[in-house]
Design a protein around this ligand. Structure first.
Ligand code: SOE
Length: 383
């Protein structure tokens, strides 16, 4: 196999171009084609992002023999079918979260990927902030002690106004859960990854603050709504949650609580967690990703700054620049894709720790348990 992989990207909204850029920055891949449901858009975007081939039908991209890895960056309801078709076409797959709209579909994808022996990954990129990996290592090495409690939130304000609109508000396209499936899933993945503990049961409280929203008469890309004028809207009833708080019980008895809110003024995209252990505590916030707070009872607290010379070997693997040269959101995808591509290029299976379809299935299962708890108003076991 050659030293660089040939990549095809399906979907050109907010996250598709982020995949294209990050893929190129791995120096391990060439983005050779893209697809969008609208051929004219595909042509424009291919031109804008200097991608040599474009398709108006993703199935044509899957027929493209040059393509070895497919990135699926479309609205949620398409993830299952596209992942399935890509695997059946013999391509390695990197899919956006959520992997599927329900557990059954996600299970089928895990099985199919396994049967085909193809590399499969879900874009849980937040794991790839270097200090998140450092937090994982600190827990693993016992520096935090026994994990007692985990708390945090994922807050955004891009859906703050009733005039903020996006396909994610429509359950047919996005799924029955919104805030939990969209951003809560990142936090849950992160916390299980960092603590190396599984959530055993959940108790959820949901709220929809905007019961109706004003839908613009033309489609709007994620985050692009802010530049639209509040005119020419249509009233749409909203059934998915703007907000959720979830109590968590972990398998070994640790306790946790998560709040997600997509209507939190001033919080642009803030994912944070704090882990209280029997030896120390750690706190991390995605809006200040190059700082890790370490809390102590008997001596001064510490603030660890991202610097390859100050972190563990494992965290160093996903740092590209020296201390003081901040790495951020686009770098997380780059580091994730680098590990995925290395896994493909080196023909290794199982030696890498990136989030796979099994992790994608895990988030779908957690999300379903949380939805059920919100509906039934009681603790639900995750199994
Ligand atoms: C939209 O809420 C969104 O783009 C998520 O889908 C992403 O996963 C997260 O990175 C930021 O917000």
């Amino acid at each position: 196999m050659s030293n660089t992989l040939k990549v095809g990207v399906i979907g050109t909204g907010f996250i598709g171009p982020a995949h294209i850029e990050a893929s190129r920055r791995t120096f391990l891949a060439e983005v050779v084609s893209l697809a969008d449901i609208n051929e004219e858009v595909a042509r424009e975007k291919a031109n804008q992002y200097a991608v040599k081939k474009y398709y108006g039908d993703y199935r044509d991209l899957l027929q493209d023999e040059e393509v070895e890895v497919v990135h699926i960056c479309t609205p949620n309801y398409l993830h299952y079918q596209m992942s399935k078709d890509a695997l059946l076409a013999g391509k390695h797959v990197v899919c956006e979260k959520p992997l599927a709209m329900n557990r059954q579909e996600a299970e089928e994808l895990v099985e199919l990927a396994d049967k085909k022996g193809l590399v499969n990954a879900v874009h849980f990129n937040i794991r790839y902030y270097p200090l998140v990996r450092e937090a994982h290592e600190m827990v693993k090495e016992g520096e935090v002690g026994k994990v007692l409690a985990i708390h945090g939130s994922y807050l955004q304000d891009w859906l703050f106004y009733e005039t903020d609109y996006n396909w994610r508000l429509e359950p047919e396209l996005s799924g029955e859960s919104r805030a939990i499936a969209d951003v809560g899933s990142h936090w849950l993945d992160l916390v299980e990854y960092v603590t190396q503990k599984k959530i055993a049961e959940v108790f959820a409280d949901f709220a929809t603050f905007h019961k109706t929203r004003k839908k613009p008469l033309k489609p709007v890309e994620t985050y692009a709504g802010k530049i639209l004028q509040p005119e020419d809207y249509q009233d749409i009833p909203i059934s998915t949650e703007d907000y959720a708080s979830v109590l968590l019980h972990f398998e070994d008895g640790a306790h946790g609580v998560l709040t997600v809110n997509q209507v939190a003024a001033g919080r642009k995209n803030r994912c944070s967690f704090e882990i209280d252990g029997s030896r120390s505590a750690i706190f991390w916030d995605s809006e200040r990703p190059n700082e890790l707070w370490i809390g102590r009872r008997d001596r001064a607290n510490e603030l660890l700054l991202k610097d390859p010379s100050l972190v563990s070997e494992e965290a160093r693997k996903i740092i590209s620049f020296p201390g003081g040269h901040n790495e951020g959101f686009p770098d997380t995808s780059k580091q994730l894709f680098r590990e995925i591509y290395q896994c493909i290029l080196e023909g290794k299976r199982g030696d890498f720790s990136f989030p796979t379809f099994t992790d994608g299935l895990r988030e779908v299962v957690l999300c379903e348990a949380i939805l059920r708890s919100a509906k039934e108003g009681k603790w639900i076991r995750v199994n």
